[in-house]
Design a protein around this ligand. Structure first.
Ligand SMILES: *Cc1c(COP(=O)(O)O)cnc(C)c1O
Length: 374
């Protein structure tokens, strides 16, 4: 028998107040969990909850994983030389401008750990990606949440909200879960307003889904704005969410600070190889982009046909209003369809769905029509 059963100490009390105040991140429901709960076959479940690529991974990434799998007993290259070299060649900045992470989530935490401490604050928008407040709170720094405007970031208000103790501002463009987007010109004008001693983290997890007319080159801005940190991921269009790999591009001095707080070997060998291969798979990227374009049109039309309001989205997902988000979600789950309730974002009347292939989108829309009736 263990002795800790009779402990009178509330162990959670041992954690600092700011840790106890954190509400844990709620991920999309895994297929295996729903299968257990509802007695469904995993193969019959459609997961549209985490903005994963419905086409799976790039065949080039699959081949790369197969090539390196025999080396799994060895530690990976802790500096990620090959992937950084590939990123540097493709994107321009030198290898010392890149920081690799166990998903870009890791990179968002690294920038927070490197530049925040108790006594400092971080600014982000209402309805912004949930990881920003989590990262700030886990440091014991203060969160400054700025009310949204039409569900998007109110950039002028965010610039105004910067306090003397602010060291980081987080922007997601496009934002998740709302899909809202600001043009490159608008973001650039925002950067002009931000003091040099405040780091601006521009989270571009959905950058590759932008239409040609929406595209902008944030990396070129690093010359003028050394306080800018751009984060990107291989989890979304590249189809590698399960491997956990993302990166930041920043001024070498900023990247240096982030690398100091990085865990050794935070990017694993399968992820490094797969990401390097995926980066070059233009064909897969193009097809993924086109499937998303067509699917977005299909889903938006379907939502409109059901009389539902949606927020125009620049990503591979869309938020739509159903009234009773929890109830509709439950009735979708019964039909084996997993979407994302976003009550945790203060949007209990809304759900978020990931755009998928044509037959999958059709199944979702049919299930939604049923779920709305009950
Ligand atoms: C999905 C997502 C990320 C990245 O997730 P990782 O899998 O950790 O790379 C980052 N930011 C936003 C806004 C996202 O939606």
């Amino acid at each position: 028998m263990s002795s800790h059963v009779s402990s009178h100490v509330s162990l959670s009390q041992l954690a600092p107040d700011y840790i106890r105040a954190i509400s844990p991140y709620v991920p999309g429901k895994p297929i295996s969990e729903l299968a257990r709960e509802m007695g469904l076959n995993e193969a019959d479940i459609l997961k549209l909850a985490s903005n994963e690529n419905p086409l799976g991974m790039s065949p080039k990434a699959r081949a790369a994983v197969t090539r390196v799998i025999d080396d799994i007993a060895l530690y990976p290259d802790g500096n990620g030389f090959a992937l950084k070299q590939a990123l540097s060649r493709r994107l321009g900045p030198g290898m010392d401008s890149f920081v690799l992470g166990n998903g870009s989530n890791d990179v968002l935490e690294l920038v927070t750990r490197a530049f925040l401490a108790p006594g400092f604050s971080g600014v982000f928008a209402q309805y912004a990606f949930a990881v920003y407040p989590l990262a700030i709170q886990s440091i014991g720094a203060r969160c400054i949440q700025v009310p949204a405007r039409d569900f998007g970031h109110d950039l002028a208000a965010m610039a105004d909200a910067i306090a003397d103790d602010t060291r980081i501002v987080f922007l997601a463009n496009p934002n998740n879960p709302t899909g809202t987007f600001h043009s490159g010109d608008t973001i650039e004008s925002f950067l002009d307003l931000i003091p040099e001693d405040v780091i601006v983290v521009l989270d571009e997890a959905y950058n590759e889904y932008l239409a040609p007319a929406q595209r902008y080159d944030a990396i070129a801005w690093l010359q003028r704005f050394p306080n800018l940190v751009i984060t990107r991921t291989f989890s979304k269009i590249y189809g590698l969410a399960g491997l956990r790999i993302g990166y930041a591009v920043a001024h070498p001095d900023v990247a240096d600070m982030m690398n100091r707080v990085r865990a050794p070997f935070n990017a694993n060998s399968l992820a490094l190889a797969a990401a390097e291969a995926a980066l070059d798979d233009e064909k897969f990227l193009q097809r993924s982009y086109e499937v998303n374009r067509a699917g977005m049109t299909q889903i938006v039309r379907g939502l409109e046909a059901l009389g539902l309001q949606h927020i125009p989205s620049a990503g591979n997902f869309v938020a739509f209003k159903v009234g009773d988000g929890a109830g509709v979600n439950q009735r979708l789950l019964k039909q084996g369809v997993i979407v994302r309730p976003i009550g945790g974002y203060g949007m209990p009347e809304w759900l978020r769905v990931t755009i998928a292939t044509e037959p999958e989108n059709t199944r979702f829309l049919d299930a939604l029509a049923v779920a709305l009736k009950a």
